[in-house]
Design a protein around this ligand. Structure first.
Ligand code: C2E
Ligand code: CA
Ligand code: CA
Length: 580
């Protein structure tokens, strides 16, 4: 028998050792002065019994027992506790924590100790057997025998737990109920064994789509549930659902036949659709039946607005893929003018959907492109096209024009972006100083080093950085101070709509004087009226952009109306100068 003796008292250890040495069945005896030392020794060797002192400095004996019993297989080792105390309660506490026997130090004799060690060993074996059969029963009660997934009972508990732990202000719990579309057909046609094999394959394919931290359960027959916690964006739920639909869309090999057996998915979210597992499950079932009605291999959100948003986004995502493959996006260019002279100084490049029957606005398709990450490809196309156009205009009309290009925060995560920008500028022989990259404040949020480095690197190339839509978001001073920002674009929502004294006016006055004192160049966006133009000029804002001067226009329109020498003054200047 291998024994580990844990006691901080050297004298006690010595006397116990003397007693133990009289016992011929002891093959190994190790000593530890503290619980930590004892635990280290246990990691290196399997002992049969630990003789453990109850009272020790720092970590006491009871705590060691508790820690061991938390380990798999109850920690593998029987424990006999010892104490100088003759308090009955101490003895009971030790047994309660998981020790197999308790000895008062003064009663330790060769015979008593030998007996205690033997009995502790036996008791521990019995306890372990009991524990294992308890675990088996528990497993059987919680899991589905065929697939090993959680069964319905455990699923409900787990879902209620997830709901309880959810932070409903910021996060949601999503429940997906899946039902196979042709399971009955497979069972009837190929028999139950084939049906079981199909279910196992379905589970395997679904598992491939999961991270492993989800609750995955078989609710019965061919119905499954997946619970996702900590959801910040619904998009992630529908992305996973669609991936599962794709996985299950592939045919299954059954008895040499290729059989299709897609599934239908219904989705509900806590806290939006229900408060309890029962409610969420009921509504997910309803959504799942709606999906079935749509045909095979479909998904449905329970909430109609979510469903509409999903359908719209999904359509846009498919349409974007088509555009990238075939048709091209287009760019329109909105003139930016000098606030004083009203002379054209440059443009902002704004993306447009191709000239197809169905049209989407940038604020509809850019967010979808960001979520599906096609913004990387689209964004690079915009950069190349805008720089190419700028180069052509600069050369053809021999003018110092600038080009502002919008960058999505997602693009800043592209480690190759800076190199791409540099190569594009070189390729079209464009001075970096004539190109501005516009970022919104969301791009500056968080401590993402890659994004911060990307902004700094673009600035080092010599390009200007503009902070877009200022006044709508955080409008944080610290962003202005901690990023290499050259230009601030004041959002049109800040511009006063009439010339009456108003809060807007006060904000404009304060904002422009603050930005000016920080040495930033200011552009006012969305200037629509002569009054706004006059106000901006009075506030010594540098540049103006808005429908009052010109709407975004195609390359041809810009060339025709603005750039050919005779046309510019007439077109841009007309309204503006008249009212200035
Ligand atoms: P933004 O960067 O703030 O662009 C200005 C938007 O205001 C443009 O809308 C423009 O047409 C509109 N606008 C300009 N002057 C006026 C005015 O006087 N009155 C009013 N009511 N609106 C005016 P657009 O082209 O629909 O673009 C919307 C947003 O889509 C842009 O807002 C930008 O955030 C995004 N976007 C557009 N093109 C791109 C692009 O190439 N890349 C990225 N990442 N985002 C883009
Ligand atoms: Ca912009
Ligand atoms: Ca803007």
């Amino acid at each position: 028998m291998d024994i580990l003796l844990v006691d901080d008292d050297a004298v006690d250890r010595q006397s116990i050792k003397q007693v133990l040495e009289q016992n011929p069945s002891i093959t190994r005896l190790s000593e530890a002065e503290t619980v930590e030392q004892g635990l280290c020794l246990l990691n290196e060797h399997n002992y049969d019994v630990i003789l453990l002192d109850y009272r020790m400095p720092e970590v006491n004996g009871i705590e060691m027992v508790t820690r061991l019993r938390d380990r798999p297989n109850l920690g593998q080792t029987a424990i006999v506790m010892m104490s100088k105390s003759d308090d009955e309660q101490v003895a009971l506490d030790c047994l309660h924590a998981g020790a197999q026997d308790f000895l008062q130090k003064k009663e330790i004799t060769t015979v008593r100790l030998k007996q205690a060690l033997l009995h502790a060993r036996k008791r521990f074996e019995l306890e372990r057997e009991l524990y294992e059969s308890y675990r088996k029963v528990k497993d059987m009660a919680q899991t589905d025998a065929l697939t090993g997934l959680y069964n319905r009972y455990h699923y409900e508990d787990a879902l209620n737990n997830a709901i309880k732990n959810n932070k409903p202000q910021t996060h949601s719990v999503a429940l997906m109920v899946l039902d196979l579309d042709r399971f009955k057909y497979v069972n009837d046609r190929y028999g139950h064994d084939a049906g079981d094999a199909l279910l196992l394959e379905v589970v395997e394919r679904i598992r491939r789509c999961l991270r492993g931290n989800e609750i995955f359960a078989r609710l019965g027959g061919d119905e499954f549930a997946i619970v996702l916690t900590n959801i910040e964006r619904v998009y992630n739920v529908n992305k996973l659902a669609r991936r599962i639909l794709r996985e299950l869309d592939e045919p299954f090999a059954i008895n040499g036949d290729n059989v299709r057996c897609s599934c239908s998915i219904g989705i509900t979210l806590h806290p939006y659709n229900g408060e309890t597992a029962a409610e969420l499950t009921k509504y997910a079932d309803i959504a799942m039946y709606r999906a079935k009605k749509l045909g095979r291999g479909q998904l449905c959100f329970f909430e109609e607005t979510m469903q509409e948003e999903f359908s719209q986004r999904y359509q846009i995502e498919l349409a974007i893929r088509d555009v990238i493959k075939g048709e091209h996006f287009r760019l329109h260019y909105q003139p930016i003018v000098d606030a004083g002279s009203k002379a054209l100084t440059g443009f902002e490049a704004l993306i447009r959907w191709p000239d197809t029957q169905v049209q989407y606005r940038p604020d509809q398709f850019i967010p979808v492109a960001e979520e599906s990450h096609s913004i990387h490809e689209i964004g690079r196309w915009v950069i190349k096209e805008a720089v190419r156009q700028l180069s052509r205009w600069q050369q053809t009309y021999d003018r110092e024009l600038t080009m502002a290009i919008n960058l999505s925060p997602i693009q800043l995560g592209d480690r190759e972006l800076v190199l791409f920008i540099q190569q594009t500028l070189e390729r079209f022989d464009v001075d970096p100083e004539s190109v501005t990259f516009e970022l919104t404040e969301t791009a500056l949020l968080g401590n993402d080093k890659i994004k911060h480095d990307c902004i700094a690197a673009i600035h080092r190339l010599g390009c200007r950085i503009a902070l877009d839509d200022f006044g709508t978001g955080f409008s944080s001073l610290s962003h202005l101070l901690s990023f290499p920002i050259d230009i601030v674009k004041i959002d049109r929502s800040i511009l006063p709509v009439s010339d009456e004294p108003s809060k807007h006016l006060a904000v404009m006055i304060g904002l422009s004087s603050m930005l000016r004192s920080l040495g930033l160049s200011i552009v006012a966006e969305g200037v629509e009226t002569p009054d706004q133009s006059v106000l901006c000029q009075a506030l010594t804002i540098d540049k103006l952009q808005g429908y009052f001067f010109a709407k975004p226009q195609s390359q041809e329109e810009i060339e025709l109306r603005l750039l050919s020498s005779a046309s510019e003054k007439a077109e841009l200047g007309s309204d503006a100068l008249e009212f200035a």
